[in-house]
Design a protein around this ligand. Structure first.
Ligand code: ARG
Length: 576
């Protein structure tokens, strides 16, 4: 049930009957001041001004037309142009009951769209580092959220698997194989890349071979293709271990690397020339865009083909957007890429739109995010200033969580502790990222993210186990409880209203790609459950009917917490 959408619809109907224009858009939201199951309608003031009426008079007229029979128990004017709507408690109870019995917690099915989500995108023969973490974690939460709503989601891992550096990498892989006479594991990709580069810079014969291999690879030479594939396979094999450990849904099937678009590039350049968009400038092929100005205030030139014939990152992103629309039939494309690439994307997409490769009706959205900073507010680095490897970071998360849960559960078996530490540690790293507004930089701080108080994974995971413990004590199964549900107390109404806001919350996250909105919702829900539990005894309720009714609110709370955390990719446990 999307209460907000329902009330907005009703208020807007009433406003039109009261003389407002047909396109009026009142905002209805839960008011912050009044907490017990009430909403406030806004936007009447603006319409009154347009109509030349007193806001209060218009509001009165809206109220006479507002048909909320069975939904609201009371509707009143609050100040000029505001209408307070008090939800009927029987209606709330009926909705909560429905949410509990219907699949997907009663969230309505959407009209399914094909949505491509571009995320993670590490580079071949390089270790995934913390810079790819945010894209991977936030992107996967978007994927899970959209899938839950019923969309057809295509995960696109835009892996950096193409470019002139592959000549050097192939030559170095060959050298390694010759010297070791066995398939090497590339266990340390970072060192592999570094050594390849050093050899390239120092050894002229090697460099020549590397340059020849680039040309051969691009020409489709079988040996070079096979060596290239080996590099991709080894890299993605290692990354897959990280995805699995992170509980991220990406698999090998989702790799749609830069190489996929390579064959499209000559045609794109030719087409952009034919359309008069691209011209030759100093030997290169360039698109001049009025929308972007360079330092001199002139239209900025975006190079799409270099003098030597090579293509660029932008050329690939132009082809890639075209492919997603034409071949994948995307209705919408989301890109989870750090904010420093914003201008790059805007330029590529401006060209895409001008060339007519993707119609305006198909949104291309940059869901940008800021950097991950250390506690000192500087880019997150190792003590010696190197980039932190993701694999090491996750290992540390596990170790730190293990120390915490061991202290809290001295009687737990070692195996169970290890398992719990993994769920809490990985959950903490992910949740810390997801719970902040993605557009700003964020400070990576172990102590904050592993705290059992505040908006953290351990707190949320613990809150979930606390709700379940009520069922253990009651000896009742959380999934099979079925009895009449009634709402009489303020705290019950408050909790039920919040529970029913799951749909409007997930709808907002799906629209804006802002998982922190879901985190804030779940955190608030957990807090409301605590105060409900404190004021409205469940196990010691005055009568059996009340006990059963409240147990159902608890069951819906457990399910909502679990489902909400699941859309974020955060695991839960039964006890901790
Ligand atoms: N591989 C790139 C990097 O590491 C990110 C690619 C993002 N996706 C895209 N379509 N450009 O910076």
């Amino acid at each position: 049930m999307n209460i907000q959408a329902l009330l907005s619809e009703k208020v807007s109907q009433a406003m039109i009957l009261a003389g407002a224009p047909a396109d009026c858009e009142p905002q209805v939201r839960q008011s912050a001041k009044v907490q017990f199951g009430d909403y406030q309608a806004n936007g009447i003031m603006a319409v009154a001004k347009k109509l030349g009426q007193a806001p209060r008079q218009l509001a009165e007229s809206v109220i006479t037309h507002l048909d909320l029979k069975g939904i609201a128990s009371k509707v009143e004017i609050a100040g000029p142009g505001f209408i307070n709507i008090f939800l009927d408690r029987d209606w709330l109870a009926a909705q909560a009951k429905q949410a509990l019995t219907q699949p997907r917690l009663g969230v309505a099915a959407v009209e399914p769209q094909t949505i491509v989500v571009d995320y993670s995108a590490p580079n071949v023969a390089k270790e995934m580092h913390v810079g790819h973490v945010r894209s991977t974690i936030i992107g996967d939460a978007a994927v899970r959220t959209l899938s839950f709503l019923g969309h057809n989601v295509i995960r696109a891992n835009h892996v950096g698997d193409w470019g002139t550096q592959f000549g050097m990498l192939i030559a170095y892989l060959e050298k390694q194989q010759n010297e070791h006479h066995e398939a090497i594991a590339l266990a340390d990709l970072e060192a592999f890349y570094r050594e390849a580069k050093r050899t390239y810079d120092e050894d002229e014969a090697f460099a020549e071979r590397a340059r020849a291999y680039v040309v051969k690879l691009q020409g489709g030479d079988e040996y070079c293709r096979a060596m290239w594939k080996k590099l991709v396979d080894i890299t993605m094999g290692q990354n897959q271990l990280i995805y699995d450990r992170l509980n991220v849904t990406l698999t090998r099937k989702d790799v749609m690397g830069e190489s996929l678009y390579n064959d499209m590039l000559p045609g794109i350049v030719e087409d952009l020339r034919a359309k008069g968009l691209a011209v030759t400038s100093e030997g290169a092929t360039v698109v001049f865009l009025d929308e972007f100005k360079n330092k001199e205030g002139e239209p900025m030139g975006v190079i799409i083909q270099k003098k030597d014939g090579g293509y660029l990152y932008t050329t690939t992103d132009i082809a890639c957007a075209k492919y997603r629309y034409e071949t994948l039939k995307a209705d919408r494309v989301l890109y989870y890429i750090d904010s420093r690439q914003h201008q790059h994307l805007q330029q590529a997409w401006t060209i895409v739109r001008k060339a007519g490769y993707v119609p305006e009706s198909v949104p291309l959205e940059h869901h940008a995010f800021g950097m991950m900073l250390g506690k000192d507010g500087r880019p997150f680095k190792t003590r010696s200033g190197g980039t932190i490897k993701l694999a090491d970071l996750l290992e540390e998360a596990h170790d730190r969580a293990l120390a915490l849960v061991r202290e809290k559960n001295p009687e737990m078996s070692e195996a169970e502790l290890q398992q719990l530490a993994e769920v809490v540690g990985i959950g903490a790293v992910k949740y810390a990222d997801l719970s902040k507004s993605r557009t700003t930089d964020y400070i990576f701080d172990w102590d904050n993210m592993l705290a059992f108080e505040g908006n953290t994974a351990p707190y949320m995971q613990y809150a979930y186990t606390r709700v379940l413990s009520v069922f253990r004590k009651a000896g009742v199964d959380v999934d099979s409880i079925d009895a009449p549900l009634a709402i009489t107390e303020d705290r019950e109404a408050q909790l039920a209203t919040r529970l029913l806001q799951f749909e409007e919350t997930i709808t907002q996250v799906a629209r804006d790609g802002t998982p922190h909105v879901m985190c804030a919702y779940l955190y608030d829900l957990a807090g409301l459950f605590s105060s409900f539990y404190e004021h409205c005894p469940i196990l010691s309720a005055e009568d059996e009917a009340t006990r059963q009714s409240r147990l159902q609110l608890a069951a819906l709370t457990a399910k909502t917490l679990k489902q909400g955390l699941d859309t974020l990719g955060i695991k839960t446990v039964e006890r901790m």
